[in-house]
Ligand binder design. Structure first.
Ligand SMILES: [Zn+2]
Length: 136
């Protein structure tokens, strides 16, 4: 895993490493909260630090301040299931994320978020393609 090597090299400069790491987490989801899809402004520990959760990618997800603040120290999955914006695809994405499968997590998130950003453009294109099909 070249990922591990990169982390090892950046151990030489922990501050830079931390900043770049946090930024990369937000970039994974296009700066959107993994729970509700709003702008992610913070990093949430899926397993809270108070319960021994580590500050590693598998345990840290981009979250908006609202979700991060309301979740507090509860179990992320239990808390999330009780939310109005609960989406089983997002829940699966969070699960995949915590298992280290970021790519699967991102695919699930895109699927759960058809209304936003790039996906919107994509669905518009899709729509016009369908339309031209019918016209032809
Ligand atoms: Zn949120």
């Amino acid at each position: 895993m070249h990922n591990r090597d990169a982390v090892f090299l950046e151990d030489l400069c922990p501050k830079l490493r931390d900043r770049r790491w946090r930024k990369s987490l937000h970039e994974f989801t296009g700066k959107s909260c993994i729970y509700c899809g709003e702008n992610s402004e913070s990093i949430d520990h899926v397993l809270p630090r108070s319960k021994g959760g580590l500050s590693i990618t598998e345990n840290c997800v981009p979250a908006c301040l609202s979700c991060n603040g309301r979740k507090t120290d509860s179990d992320a999955f239990e808390w999330y299931r009780q939310q109005r914006f609960y989406d089983p695809r997002r829940s699966m994405a969070i699960r995949a994320w915590t298992e280290g499968d970021i790519r699967l997590a991102l695919r699930l998130l895109k699927w759960a978020q058809p209304k936003k950003g790039k996906n919107l453009e994509k669905s518009k294109t899709q729509l016009s393609e369908d339309y031209s099909w019918q016209a032809a």
